[in-house]
Design a protein around this ligand. Structure first.
Ligand code: PLZ
Length: 449
């Protein structure tokens, strides 16, 4: 990894020049309060001016270690030189024509690439959008057209977005749903496999049978268009279902003509140590939704899947003004090349080894770590009251705040808000990773004491 250090513009170091937030960030926060809707929150109160590799520089000249990657987006870094060059070159030619008006090659090239990279050897098609939520909405539209059925199954702890249908699919009310109903109909929620908290524990097949029995009793397979699931749940707490859970659901869906949709918006593109989280268990979804890491930070999303499903929709039924924007497509082609060239999946696995070794040692030392889990560079620390499995969201918040005060950006998640999640850019160097971990460990120790 050190060989890559030379490619960074910014020093890969943590430097604190002011308390956080500094005075210039405070000024911007005041302007923001008068100009920006209060409904938009920010987990970190400092304003960015630059970002590269594993660091974010703020308006006060502080250099922070980035363990969030803008919620799993800047996998290749926030200003990868190849991505930046591809964006500049495409913007200098044309920023937009609208693929539905005058198509262009890069959209086709991204579709070809996604068809090749996603799980399964079957004939595939792809369609491009702007956001993860939009990809999820469209996957459901495709499943409904293809099956002629209405119902959709989602799971406990699920996160699929903030639009009307995806809010309905999302499980957690605060902050995502409260006050925003009525929600889209024909969405049914089923129990998830959550080994740490589920009485069925590591028995994924039994957990899947439990969900299938409820589906058959409450909906009936003949009314069900799709099952949608994150193969590792993201916002819900980085929950890795027990082995066999996903495959049992896939098999049942296939036997019953139900479309199995894997929402890989957060898990996709090398993040979990392979191209997709489905790859770890050999799961082949019928449709897969993608966004976030796909385009080095440019807004792009996609649905890829079985050709007969995608092609069942009438021409003109799928689209949008900006979907598959040419600048975003150019960025995606560059970002995907970087992931391949630098084996960022391998890097994600190495990050996992490094981080979990250290955090496991810490878990033996402090009584507040209930579980460390995840795959690749998608790692969760679930925090509980000592000697129990009772979630401790207050402690979790305190740890994230303490780490930030020391210049490390740490995000939280989980249905109970008691999970620290680590999602560093995959290009982060070992030294910076270690330094950020030391800060996090000290914050956990201090909060637990
Ligand atoms: N599906 C699995 O993780 C986005 C949301 C942050 P958009 N997750 C981050 C927030 O509070 O809004 C996400 C996801 C999964 C869908 C989405 C939605 O993706 O690009 O945010 O629409």
């Amino acid at each position: 990894m050190t060989s890559l250090a030379s490619k960074f513009r910014l020093p890969q170091e943590r430097t604190l020049r002011t308390a956080l937030p500094g005075p210039r960030s405070e000024e911007l926060a005041a302007r923001r309060r008068a100009a920006v809707a209060a409904g938009v929150g920010s987990s970190v109160p400092v304003y960015a001016v630059d970002a590269d590799g594993g660091v974010i520089v703020d308006v006060d000249g502080n250099s922070l270690i980035d363990f969030g990657a803008g919620i799993a987006v800047t996998t290749v870094g926030a200003s990868d030189p190849d991505v930046a060059a591809a964006v500049a070159a495409q913007a200098a030619r044309f920023t937009h024509t609208c693929f539905m008006v005058t198509p262009y090659e890069d959209y086709v090239a991204v579709a070809e690439k996604l068809n090749a990279l996603t799980p399964g050897d079957h004939e595939k098609r792809s369609v491009l959008f702007n956001s993860g939520a939009e990809a999820v909405e469209n996957a459901v539209k495709i499943a409904r057209t293809a099956t002629g059925r209405d119902a959709v199954v989602a799971f406990d702890n699920a996160y699929h977005g903030r639009t009307l249908l995806t809010m309905a699919l999302t499980a957690k009310t605060m902050p995502y749903k409260a006050g925003f109903g009525p929600f889209a109909p024909e969405v049914y929620r089923m129990p998830m496999s959550y080994p740490y908290r589920d009485p069925l524990g590591d028995d994924g097949v039994a957990a899947a049978r439990r969900a299938i029995t409820q589906i058959e009793n409450q909906i009936g397979a003949k009314s069900l268009a799709a099952i949608i699931i994150e193969p590792i749940q993201g916002e819900g707490g980085f929950i890795v279902p027990a082995p066999g859970f996903l495959q049992t659901l896939v098999d049942w869906a296939r036997e019953n003509g139900v479309v199995f949709i894997a929402d890989e918006v957060q898990t996709g593109f090398a993040r979990t140590g392979s191209w997709f989280a489905c790859d770890h268990e050999g799961i082949v979804p019928d449709l897969i939704t993608m966004a976030k890491g796909i385009a080095g930070g440019m807004p792009l999303a996609a649905v890829t899947g079985r050709a007969e499903l995608l092609d069942s929709v009438h021409t003109g039924g799928l689209g949008g003004t900006y979907g598959g924007n040419p600048v975003a497509c150019a960025a995606a082609l560059a970002a995907l090349d970087v992931m391949e060239r630098d084996d960022l999946s391998g890097r994600a696995r190495a990050i996992n080894d490094r981080v979990t070794t250290r955090l496991s040692a810490l878990a033996d030392e402090v009584g507040v770590i209930g579980e460390i889990r995840g795959r690749g560079a998608m790692i969760a620390v679930e925090l509980v009251k000592p000697g129990t499995t009772e979630p401790d969201p207050v402690l979790t918040k305190a740890i994230a705040a303490a780490a930030l005060a020391q210049g490390v950006v740490i995000l939280t998640c989980g249905t109970h808000g008691n999970v620290i999640r680590l999602l560093p850019p995959l290009v982060i160097g070992d030294e910076l990773l270690d330094e950020g971990l030391t800060v996090l460990e000290d914050a956990i120790r201090a909060a637990a004491a």
